[in-house]
Ligand binder design. Structure first.
Ligand SMILES: Nc1ncnc2c1ncn2[C@@H]1O[C@H](COP(=O)(O)OP(=O)(O)O)[C@@H](O)[C@H]1O
Ligand SMILES: N[C@@H](CCOP(=O)(O)O)C(=O)O
Length: 321
């Protein structure tokens, strides 16, 4: 359930008057999503998405997120375009929250993606990496290697409640990643959360990417590692090599990985698994019962982390060299 803040029809109509968006015909809350409140609007000019940014989003980051969508859409990437208000601003305020209106993207996310879809995702990720070049604003990744220890320290003492021995296991993994994390790989704007629920398809054709609210500047190959984690494992926890091959081939059809990026994939994939394990663990332990935030299973990412720890060679992800 991701409608944390209620809105009234009167407030919404007043808010929309600042846009060239037509007259409001209907609106409804969107149940999916985790971070923000989203509404689907129908106006005399068509469908739109209204997002109210909730507490976990820093308002200072909003010009980065909205400006990035604008930058990427202008360069031909299929993603939502923020609508400007008549005063030119991309951001307004509704029900006491920062709020933006963005274009509606047709398509649906895939509950059971196949290898052919992974290939499309790899290609779109590389296109995003190229389209992000030249974006003027920067945003460091608070959820990269430097951010993991502070996050871990908030949960470490209770980690064994989730699985016996977890406190020691994660302490060791974190220390290993801090020591070995690559520093000299190509950087740029990354999506940082390109999970299946953030990629829309119409039939088998990728129609666009959404949810740029974790986007930041970081290692481009780290974004590839996030996608290997999110797209190429099966429900039983096994890595699907065919999907890995497809995702990497799709990526490299647009932006070939350097030898150093390829060699770093096992470590980057471990890091990506730890990053999602840590945010999920924090939410799992700290979210009070009855809160609206959807808690996702941290153990799914613990299993992925353990898989990556025994990978010795990027060929094990399907990278052909
Ligand atoms: N531009 C868009 N076009 C169509 N649907 C959208 C768009 N943006 C968001 N949605 C819908 O809202 C849901 C939640 O959006 P998302 O940005 O993932 O939220 P959150 O940041 O809270 O996780 C998506 O799964 C999708 O159904
Ligand atoms: N993809 C993250 C959670 C963030 O959810 P989103 O709805 O913003 O994509 C995870 O799976 O842990």
């Amino acid at each position: 359930m991701a409608v944390y803040t209620d809105i009234t029809e009167d407030d919404l109509s007043r808010f929309l008057a600042a846009y060239d968006a037509g007259t409001l015909l209907s609106y409804k809350g969107i149940a999916e999503g985790v971070e923000n409140s989203n509404f689907l609007l129908h106006t005399t000019k068509g469908a739109l998405i209204l997002t109210l940014y909730e507490k976990r989003v820093d308002p200072n980051d909003l010009p980065f997120f909205l400006g990035l969508m604008h930058h990427l859409a202008e360069r031909g990437l299929s993603c939502p375009l923020p609508l400007p208000r008549s005063d030119g601003a991309l951001l307004g305020e509704l029900s006491g929250r920062p709020a933006a209106v963005i274009s509606f993207l047709e398509g649906m996310w895939l509950r059971k993606p196949a290898a052919k879809h992974c290939r499309e995702v790899g290609r779109a990720l590389a296109e995003m990496h190229l389209a992000g070049e030249g974006f003027a604003i920067t945003r460091p990744n608070a959820l990269s290697v430097g951010g993991w220890r502070p996050l871990w320290e908030k949960s470490a003492a209770r980690a064994d409640e989730v699985e016996q021995g977890l406190e020691d296991e994660i302490a060791g993994e974190l220390a290993a990643l801090e020591t070995g994390w690559p520093k000299a790989l190509p950087t740029g704007v990354i999506h940082a959360d390109l999970f299946p629920d953030n990629v829309f398809f119409i039939g088998d054709e990728l129609s666009g990417l959404i949810d740029f609210y974790f986007a930041c500047n970081d290692l481009l190959a780290y974004d590839v590692a996030i996608c290997l984690n999110a797209w190429c494992f099966e429900k039983d926890g096994s890595f699907n090599l065919t999907k890995g091959m497809a995702l990497l081939a799709g990526y490299e059809s647009v932006r070939p990985l350097s030898d150093a990026e390829a060699a770093a994939l096992p470590l980057l994939s471990r890091g990506a698994a730890l990053r999602f394990f840590l945010t999920r663990l924090y939410d799992w332990l700290m979210t009070p019962p009855g809160a609206l935030v959807v808690k996702k299973d941290p153990l799914e990412y613990l299993r992925k982390s353990r898989f990556h720890r025994q990978v010795r060679n990027p060929a094990e992800y399907g990278l052909s060299r």
